[in-house]
Design a protein around this ligand. Structure first.
Ligand SMILES: [Zn+2]
Length: 314
């Protein structure tokens, strides 16, 4: 269930039965992957020839002219995987359909794999989400931003800005003029310092954007990216009480905290950006629940391999 502008809109996901029908066999997954990767036409990476033949029994395609063989998964997130594609598609399904993501223990149970295998699959898929959204245009127009922390003590610990052991990140929501959310970006920062915010703003906000924030002094640095800053100092009185500028940032942050607390006991700082990117990816496609499986599979075919050593490096 999603709420926008006071209207409740039910967004239908993909049922397990529908999923099994589309991606339940290795053959179906291979065909789906081939269509996602080369639907607009296969082209030989060696000679550019447009025709190939599928090799029997293996996910390999051979150029009809120069006989170069190309693996279906080569050069993608699934790069030469030894796992069945059905396992990958099932992982994609579970990670995209569950609102708060899924722990690797739970994912392993659903996939029938060992936990470390499920963990690696999950992180590779989250990397694809991250790469996909990083390639999208900068946020523009009206953008609400806020500072937040991930990890550390969940309750009873130190609260507020600068709490130790937590990963600081910036939440930015592009909204319509009516303050309905469009797109969300969650970015880990070293701290809430002007130089950090300047770098982030240049990378993520289009020049001319109107950045709405609270009174934290670092936000003025968005001016260096050609943005206008509207500091909304939380005041008292009837006006302040009536007007809540950060509704959507706060809603998004609240959802993330709830999901993380419910699903994961600990998110290491090294992997925080990947977790945050996966939440943003899903938020940004909240009205496309029925096509999320193919959207993420498509992103995987357009994302370079992320081997284990790259994943653990963070
Ligand atoms: Zn060729």
């Amino acid at each position: 269930m999603s709420t926008e502008g006071g209207l409740r809109r039910r967004v239908k996901g993909l049922s397990e039965a529908e999923f099994r029908q589309r991606y339940g066999t290795e053959e179906a997954c291979r065909a789906a992957l081939f269509a996602l990767r080369w639907g607009k036409g296969w082209a030989c990476p060696s000679c550019g020839h447009g025709r190939c033949a599928a090799l029997k029994g293996r996910p390999l395609y051979q150029c009809n002219r120069c006989k170069r063989q190309v693996g279906l998964t080569a050069g993608t997130v699934f790069h030469w995987t030894k796992l069945p594609l059905t396992t990958w598609f099932l992982a994609i399904y579970h990670l995209t359909q569950s609102k708060g993501g899924m722990s690797s223990i739970e994912l392993a149970r659903r996939l029938g794999t060992r936990q470390p295998t499920a963990w690696l699959i999950k992180h590779k898929l989250m990397a694809a989400m991250q790469v996909r959204d990083a390639g999208k245009p900068k946020l523009e127009g009206r953008v609400e931003i806020d500072d937040a922390y991930l990890g550390g003590a969940r309750s009873g610990g130190k609260r507020g800005r600068g709490a130790a052991g937590k990963t600081p990140f910036v939440a930015a929501v592009e909204t319509t003029a009516e303050r309905k959310p469009r797109r969300l970006r969650l970015t880990v920062v070293k701290g809430f310092r002007q130089r950090e915010i300047e770098t982030l703003a240049k990378c993520q906000f289009a020049a001319g954007s109107n950045i709405v924030s609270d009174g934290l002094s670092c936000w003025t640095a968005v001016a260096a990216a050609g943005c206008t800053h509207f500091p909304m100092v939380t005041g008292s009185g009837a006006q302040a009480a009536k007007w809540v500028p950060f509704t959507w940032v706060n809603t998004a942050l609240g959802n993330i905290k709830t999901a993380l607390a419910g699903t994961y006991h600990h998110v290491s700082a090294k992997h925080a950006q990947r977790y945050l990117a996966s939440f943003a990816w899903r938020f940004n496609r909240r009205y496309q629940l029925d096509t999320l499986t193919e959207r993420l599979a498509y992103a995987c075919t357009r994302t370079e391999p992320h081997p284990y050593r790259a994943i653990i490096a963070g």
